[in-house]
Design a protein around this ligand. Structure first.
Ligand code: GLA
Length: 632
């Protein structure tokens, strides 16, 4: 009976997630706890599978001694390469004690990573571990020559979670006392029968359920189900939610849309690498996903490469740019370099207190694109109100290899163009003057300037919904056919060459709601009336918006956007407050001017913005605009 009730509840809530009908309750349920983006160090970018306990401890020691821990970098994460095998008698995972000597508990005793986590905890740090949602890990497919791969029979080398979910999670978070788990997906993607390591008989075949590059060949629901099992297993071992779950599916299977419901953070792209173009590619995969992140849920463009290659000592501008970009989009900050070898200059960059503070701002809003062309971007991140009142962080990014000119305007900042705006340089930790209206900058090649800005808000009362994306939950995006996002910079992958047809748009999510843009990256406009501020979304969508206490009124100018694909179906706009319908437009068509829609919000905590489509439109999705959507 209890079981039946539970499964009904699960079925109901899965449905409620996607329904168009307002639920009246904030639907995001955090997985683990990270009110600000997780910070720490991970072994992968520094050592790949050439990892030892000593190397990890050496970097952990620098984390503490250099003040990086104090700056917030506290999670010390072991990535791939720690395991010896899965014992056949009882399925217990054994540690490669040759590399992790403290795990050797003596003859006849089970190896254990508990001494390691105890040591890390005693240093005032947190400990992270790595596994795979399938039977096998990534290293077994991509680092085949490493001497550090799991050993033994097929079953003994199947060290991933599949079939052992509860047992492994209890081991990692119970007995071993880890705080953080990264769960990769190569077991689902890289063990097809055509792969050399499978064809040779070395690994058992697993018919891929994730097909990189093909969203339609990937099993989205099946993948979600596996991660739902993991979420449940974690909840059972750590009911208080004192952990971080890092979902690592490289932006495949539409994880950029559902990752927030299954993990604390989720990778939005393929692996980063120490080349500048790759870093830009990874950045682009989160830069348009502002409505999918917020306190407790973070878009993850991958671990930092600061200290390595294009971001090493000879390239401190690029190193600062990399951190500035991760800061403005509120990305997790996982150091990925051998800290025992880096220079003080790199440590200082990683520690930069005002840059890290922008990343860790308690309001948890991701920065929003205020200007973009292929070469230049301006992003603005709303910060928690300080004594100065209305505060933003703003980043100007020159993506090119030559100097570039920028004009920053009050409008970019959603500030009053007639009032002074004070800038403070987050790198120099110094005031950078005030301006009225606009200010010119010239940036060096690959430079990103990062400021905090304080000034009078452009609205005399209230704020635009699009400047507080962390308060929005996308309950239903209106997307019917999944499409890959074409605006991500198509860098050549480190492991690839130009011997194929090219690097294609790879990540689903195109058409998701956007701040100050249509879902297809056009300017917002209804019957030629342009809106610099607002929300662009597809019809048949529902956005949940948490409103600040004391809010009085919601206002917007709504209509079918000029860039719509479907021009025939009518749509109606509805504003709901705590589950009650407060206002609606009735059916509106493509050729109608924007209509004003207002709703009284007194006493309301949760607004839901619903757009209902009336009938099918053979030409495609109906693009709609909540112009100047704002809360007074
Ligand atoms: C994948 C992940 C990387 C790293 C390796 C380990 O490629 O995306 O971050 O964990 O696996 O093999």
């Amino acid at each position: 009976m209890k079981l039946l009730a539970l499964s009904l509840l699960v079925a109901f809530s899965a449905q409620a997630q996607q329904t168009l009908e307002a639920t009246g309750r904030w639907q995001h349920r955090p997985v683990g706890t990270a009110l600000t983006p997780p910070m720490g160090w991970s072994s992968w970018n520094a050592f790949r599978v050439d990892i030892t306990e000593q190397k990890v401890l050496d970097s952990a020691k620098v984390i503490v001694d250099s003040g990086l821990a104090k700056a917030g970098y506290r999670s010390i994460n072991i990535d791939d390469g720690w395991w010896l095998k899965r014992r056949s008698s009882d399925g217990r995972l054994l540690v490669r004690t040759g590399l992790f000597p403290s795990a050797d508990a003596g003859a006849g005793k089970d190896s254990s990573l508990r001494p390691f986590t105890d040591r890390i905890h005693a240093m005032g740090l947190k400990a992270g571990l790595y596994t795979d949602i399938g039977r096998n890990a990534c290293s077994q497919a991509y680092d085949a020559d490493s001497p550090n791969l799991p050993e033994g029979t097929h079953a003994e080398r199947e060290v991933g979670l599949m079939g052992f979910m509860k047992q492994d999670v209890a081991l990692f978070f119970g007995e071993w006392n880890f705080d953080y788990l990264k769960v990769d997906g190569c077991g689902l993607s890289s063990y097809g029968r055509e792969r050399p390591h499978v064809a040779s008989g070395q690994y058992r075949e697993f018919k891929p359920t994730i097909v990189e590059g093909s969203i339609n060949q990937s099993d989205i629901e099946g993948t979600k189900k596996l991660y739902a099992g993991l979420r449940q297993a974690l909840h059972e071992v750590r009911p208080r939610g004192d952990y971080v779950l890092s979902v690592c599916l490289w932006g495949t299977v539409n994880v950029r849309s559902w990752g927030q419901d299954y993990g604390t953070m989720w990778r939005s792209s393929r692996d980063i690498w120490k080349g500048f173009a790759q870093m830009v590619h990874n950045f682009d995969t989160v830069a348009t996903r502002e409505f999918y992140a917020g306190p407790g849920r973070w878009n993850d463009p991958d671990m930092l490469e600061i200290g390595n290659g294009d971001f090493g000592d000879a390239h401190l501008t690029e190193a600062r740019t990399h951190l500035g970009l991760w800061a403005i989009v509120a990305a997790p900050l996982m150091i990925g370099t051998d800290l025992s070898k880096v220079s003080p200059a790199i440590i200082d960059i990683l520690k930069a207190p005002e840059v890290v503070a922008i990343n860790q701002d308690p309001a948890g809003h991701q920065g929003v694109l205020a200007y973009a062309d292929s070469d230049r971007q301006i992003l603005v991140k709303t910060l928690a109100d300080g004594p100065e009142g209305n505060r933003k962080a703003v980043l100007l990014f020159n993506r090119t290899s030559a100097p570039a000119k920028f004009t920053l305007t009050a409008e970019h900042l959603k500030m009053d163009a007639a009032a002074p705006i004070a800038l403070r340089d987050a790198w120099k930790r110094a005031d950078a003057g005030t301006f009225v209206g606009k200010r010119e900058f010239e940036l060096q090649a690959r430079e990103a300037l990062l400021f905090t800005a304080s000034g009078k808000h452009a609205l005399s009362r209230g704020y635009y919904v699009s400047e507080r994306p962390g308060s929005v939950y996308v309950a239903r995006d209106g997307i019917r056919a999944l499409e890959q996002d074409p605006v991500v910079y198509r860098a050549l992958a480190s492991w690839s060459a130009t011997d194929n047809g090219g690097t294609r748009p790879a990540y689903a999510g195109w058409g998701g709601p956007r701040a100050d843009s249509t879902p297809y990256d056009q300017a917002l406009s209804v019957q030629r009336r342009a809106f610099r501020h607002g929300i662009g979304v597809l019809a048949d969508s529902r956005l949940q918006v948490q409103v600040a206490p004391g809010s009085q009124r919601f206002m917007a100018s709504v209509g079918v956007d000029d860039s719509t694909r479907g021009k025939h179906a009518a749509v109606s706009f509805e504003v709901w407050g705590d589950g009650r319908r407060l206002a609606s437009t009735g059916p509106m068509a493509f050729d109608q001017p924007a209509r004003e829609l207002g709703a009284d919000l007194r006493g309301v905590a949760l607004v839901e913005l619903v757009v209902r489509q009336h009938g099918a439109d053979p030409a495609g999705p109906v693009v709609v605009t909540w112009g100047e959507a704002r809360i007074e």
